[in-house]
Each structure stands twice: as structure tokens, then as C-alpha cells.
Design a protein around this ligand. Structure first.
Ligand SMILES: C[S@@+](CC[C@H](N)C(=O)[O-])C[C@H]1O[C@@H](n2cnc3c(N)ncnc32)[C@H](O)[C@@H]1O
Length: 291
């Protein structure tokens, strides 16, 4: 593990220091109400970040994997994993968010749980892990007995265990400050991970995104950050994702929402033992917009 400064540029390997404590309750209720009923913009942002996290996982091409989504919320990030042909399990602390995921009929298995108390699966269960905008919550103390460093260590050490040896975890997060990022990376290192932080669009206040890339095996290369950006978040984000996600799908030869995409999705759900309507000539047809 190489140490360095907190990322201001493209990417940085781990560095260390103390942590900040604040009230998680208010922030959690904000998350819950905001994400239970996702707007189309929110869906777009979550999907883009999930797409980037999946890209940074460097999974074998064309092979379905068994993935973990930490802080899966209403399952927007998980939907992207399903669309890419993977199977997933989501963990979230909020029953309301998991209810929303059930209402949205997401394909992953859902588990109510607090990542700060550990990930309750057998060793070597998952081929990879993603997390979108969740891990920074562990830096906050919800009650007196919550010690962020301990909760982070418990989370990272159990995460290390449930990953197949050599697998990666890519955790997109919003650290409040450099101390929080250091607290997180030091606990990840203590738990056995190698890796570093990839900072996409480091010069854009709005589009800047932190991806903690963790390896559960010997340290490999740290992926390059994305840098092409304008000051406009909208322009930056759509420029980066729509195109990249389309490209990934195109590589598999499947266009999102096409008949083939719908048939593939239905077949996957049948394999999972879910009730699925029979395929007809109308499956996957374009519908007229409703007013
Ligand atoms: C921004 S949302 C994630 C949205 C999700 N990726 C999606 O696509 O819908 C962050 C999630 O982290 C969850 N979370 C916060 N603290 C957590 C904890 N200690 N354990 C598990 N989940 C937690 C919240 O309940 C929330 O659903």
C-alpha cells in the first residue's frame, strides 16, 4: 500500500488521519425521503454512478457475476447490475428504502441490515461489490456508543471476508472532508484491502466523484480517472455516461429497452423462479407516451 495526500487531482492512494462526527439521523431521513420516490434525474445519476462503479470493478467480460450492493436503497444501482447480466444482493439499513425496492420489483435479493455491524455472508460469497453514496454515513455517530472507526473496521473486515480472494469492491462516496476520507481508507487498509481512490472530474465542483477502489488480493493497477469535463454538471454527466453505458450494452449486442433486452430480462426472472408474463409479439414494443 502506498500512502499519499488526499485526492485533489486524478486519483490518490491511501492516506490517513482523524475523523468527523455529526448527526446521521437528519441526513438519513433526508436520504430516505429523497430516494424512496426517485425522480428521473435521480435514476439517471444513480445509474451513471453504478455504471462507473461496475466499470471500475473490471469483471470478466460477458460472464454473469454474483455481486453485492451495499446501501442498495430502492435498487436503482442494482437495476443497472441486472441490466448488465449480473446477479446481486442488496443490503440497506432503511426498511422504507427496501420497501421501495420491492415496489419497484427489482431483481436482486434484499437484506435489511447495518453495514456498520458487518456483512452477514459466508466467506468468499461474492465476485465483487459496489456501493453508491452510502459508505460515508459510517463516519457519523448516530448514538453515543457508535464509534465510526470501529464500525468502519467491522464493515471493511467483513466485506474483505465475503469477497472471493482477488475480487474488488468499488465504493462511490461523498466524504465531507479529507479527514473522513482518510478515516475510511485507513480502516479499509487495516482490514486487509489494498487499492486507492479514483477521483473523476476533479476540477468540477458538481461532477467530481470519489470512487474507493479496493482489492482483496495483491495490489493491482489503479484505474485512470475521468477528466474531460465542463463547468456544467449536466453536460459532463450525460457526456460521460449515456455514451459509455450505451457502449457497454453495445459490446454485449443488446440495446437497452429493445425487444431483445426485455426478452433477456424476462428470461433471467424466469430462471430466478419469478412469475413472468408469456412472451408475445407485443413484448418490448415501443409504447406511446401517456398524458
Ligand atoms: C444514496 S442512497 C443509495 C441509493 C441506491 N444506490 C439506489 O440505487 O437506489 C444511500 C443508501 O445507503 C443506506 N445506508 C446508510 N447507512 C447505512 C448503513 N449503515 N447500512 C446499510 N445501508 C445504509 C441508506 O438507507 C440509503 O438507502
Amino acid at each position: 500500500m502506498v500512502t499519499g495526500t488526499v485526492p485533489q487531482g486524478d486519483c490518490a492512494l491511501f492516506s490517513f488521519s482523524s475523523f468527523a462526527v455529526s448527526n446521521v439521523l437528519a441526513q438519513n431521513s433526508f436520504i430516505t425521503c429523497v430516494f424512496c420516490l426517485p425522480s428521473s434525474r435521480m435514476i439517471d445519476v444513480q445509474t451513471k454512478m453504478a455504471g462507473r462503479a461496475l466499470e471500475l470493478l473490471y469483471l470478466p467480460e460477458g460472464q454473469p457475476c454474483y455481486l453485492l450492493d451495499i446501501g442498495c436503497g430502492s435498487g436503482l444501482s442494482g437495476d443497472y447490475l441486472s441490466d448488465e447480466g449480473h446477479y446481486w444482493v442488496g443490503i440497506d439499513i432503511s426498511p422504507a428504502m427496501l420497501d421501495a425496492a420491492l415496489d419497484r420489483d427489482t431483481e436482486g435479493d434484499l437484506l435489511l441490515g447495518d453495514m456498520g455491524q458487518g456483512i452477514p455472508f459466508k466467506p468468499g460469497t461474492f465476485d465483487g461489490c459496489i456501493s453508491i453514496s452510502a459508505v460515508q454515513w459510517l463516519c457519523n455517530a448516530n448514538k453515543k456508543s457508535d464509534i465510526p472507526a470501529k464500525r468502519l473496521y467491522c464493515f471493511f473486515s467483513s466485506l474483505y471476508s465475503v469477497l472471493v480472494r482477488g475480487a474488488r469492491a468499488v465504493l462511490q462516496l461523498y466524504p465531507e472532508n479529507s479527514e473522513q476520507l482518510e478515516l475510511i481508507t485507513i480502516q479499509a487498509t487495516k482490514a486487509g484491502f489494498t487499492g486507492g481512490v479514483v477521483v473523476d472530474f476533479p476540477n468540477s465542483a458538481k461532477a467530481k466523484k470519489f470512487y474507493l477502489c479496493l482489492f482483496s488480493g495483491p495490489s493491482t493497477f489503479l484505474p485512470k480517472a475521468l477528466t474531460e469535463t465542463t463547468d456544467e454538471e449536466e453536460a459532463t454527466e450525460s457526456a460521460f455516461t449515456s455514451e459509455r453505458i450505451q457502449r457497454r450494452m453495445a459490446r454485449r449486442g443488446v440495446v437497452r429497452k429493445s425487444r431483445e433486452w426485455v426478452l433477456e430480462k424476462k428470461e433471467r426472472r424466469r430462471r430466478q423462479g419469478k412469475e413472468v408474463r408469456p412472451d408475445t409479439q407485443y413484448t418490448g414494443r415501443k409504447r406511446k407516451p401517456r398524458f
